[in-house]
Design a protein around this ligand. Structure first.
Ligand SMILES: NC(=O)c1ccc[n+]([C@@H]2O[C@H](COP(=O)([O-])OP(=O)(O)OC[C@H]3O[C@@H](n4cnc5c(N)ncnc54)[C@H](O)[C@@H]3O)[C@@H](O)[C@H]2O)c1
Length: 320
């Protein structure tokens, strides 16, 4: 099976690549050829199945270079994250909408049977939301990032309806705990308030402790992204978008879990410094979901946030 991963130098893209190449436990897909691409050169991982290409997907030649008739699955994860897309409208639209359209158009011509797995976001929702959000809730993004993702979703759904690609849209919860360093996502603090204290550093929390978030761990999200490519197209019906399952947790509950797992000294490294712009954007994201469709389709969910912290400590803490 020939597979492409875009955004492969990024946090989730590199983990999706690891999951696809893994021998034990075996990957959910039998990958014989893996093209990893990003605007920054992705590592080639000492595996002869891998070809790593530095490409800017906003350039039409990039999709042309990437996709050929033998391509079976495209995991499209490349994106400019929310904070930057809000600050730089044109740049964000080019990377988050136009690059998606170019990939779809090339897949349509060269590999219409390819499964096109798109990393969307629960940030497509916003505005006046019903008490519970499900896969069919109307999108009303309150950020340019969410808007570009929502427009990409509609395109993918229509390309799939017409048989131009076989799309699968997974709307990711905020991923926490993200290893490494802070990024330009407005929800970056959702990892920072756990990661930085565990690494002995102070962390600023820009929202109130009552603010609730919809979270999933990196391992669960990566599993669910790869899993999306294993499903039959027919199970999606007329709507290719699925809200991935997550945990509803307040910042206060996250810090309480951190205190229990790592002690008072670590948890006290979080300082609250309210940021109106970030707080407003974060508050526009929904936190109460009905995930019954996703769970019925076989997507998985973390057990609780304490377990998410323990997984970070076990798998990522020493690597920072
Ligand atoms: N991490 C989260 O909490 C979260 C939540 C919801 C959705 N998502 C989505 O998941 C995907 C992966 O997120 P991530 O956290 O790994 O982000 P990331 O920023 O770590 O990775 C994104 C990658 O895309 C690359 N990229 C950006 N523009 C590009 C272009 N024009 N051409 C080629 N590559 C380009 C970047 O260089 C980067 O390596 C994104 O689509 C993101 O919108 C992430």
């Amino acid at each position: 099976m020939k597979v492409i991963v875009t955004g492969a130098a990024g946090f989730l893209g590199s983990r999706v690549a690891d999951a696809l190449l893994r021998k034990q436990p075996p990957s959910l897909l039998n990958v014989t050829e893996l093209i990893l691409t990003d605007v920054h050169q992705p590592p080639s991982r000492n595996d002869n199945r891998v070809k790593a290409l530095a490409l800017d997907l906003t350039q039409p030649s990039a999709a042309e270079q990437l996709i050929d008739e033998n391509c079976d699955v495209i995991f499209h994860l490349a994106a400019v994250v929310s904070g930057q897309a809000e600050a730089e409208f044109d740049f964000g639209m080019k990377a988050n909408l136009e690059a998606t359209r170019l990939l779809l158009e090339t897949a349509r011509r060269k590999a219409p049977k390819a499964k096109f797995v798109f990393a969307s976001t629960v940030g497509v929702f916003g505005g006046d939301l019903p008490p519970v959000v499900d896969d069919l809730t109307a999108v009303m993004p309150q950020t340019s990032y969410g808007t570009a993702k929502a427009m990409s979703e509609l395109l993918i759904n229509d390309y799939s309806r017409r048989g131009y690609v076989d799309g699968r849209i997974v709307r990711l919860p905020t991923v926490s705990v993200r290893a490494g360093v802070a990024n330009a996502a407005v929800t970056s603090f959702a990892s920072g308030i756990v990661r930085e204290p565990l690494n002995g550093k102070e962390s600023i929390c820009p929202v109130k402790k009552e603010q609730e978030l919809w979270l999933a761990s990196p391992a669960t999200v990566v599993h669910n992204i790869v899993y999306a490519a294993t499903l039959e197209a027919s199970v999606f019906g007329k709507w290719r978008a699925v809200n991935l399952p997550g945990l509803r947790v307040s910042v206060g509950e996250m810090l309480e879990a951190l205190r229990k797992e790592a002690g008072d000294k670590v948890a006290s490294l979080v300082r609250f410094e309210y940021n109106e712009t970030i707080a407003r954007m974060v508050a526009s994201f929904p936190v109460i979901f009905d995930n019954s469709r996703a769970l019925k389709l076989g997507f998985v969910v973390d057990s609780d946030f304490a377990q998410v912290i323990r997984s970070y400590i076990k798998d990522d803490l020493k690597k920072n």
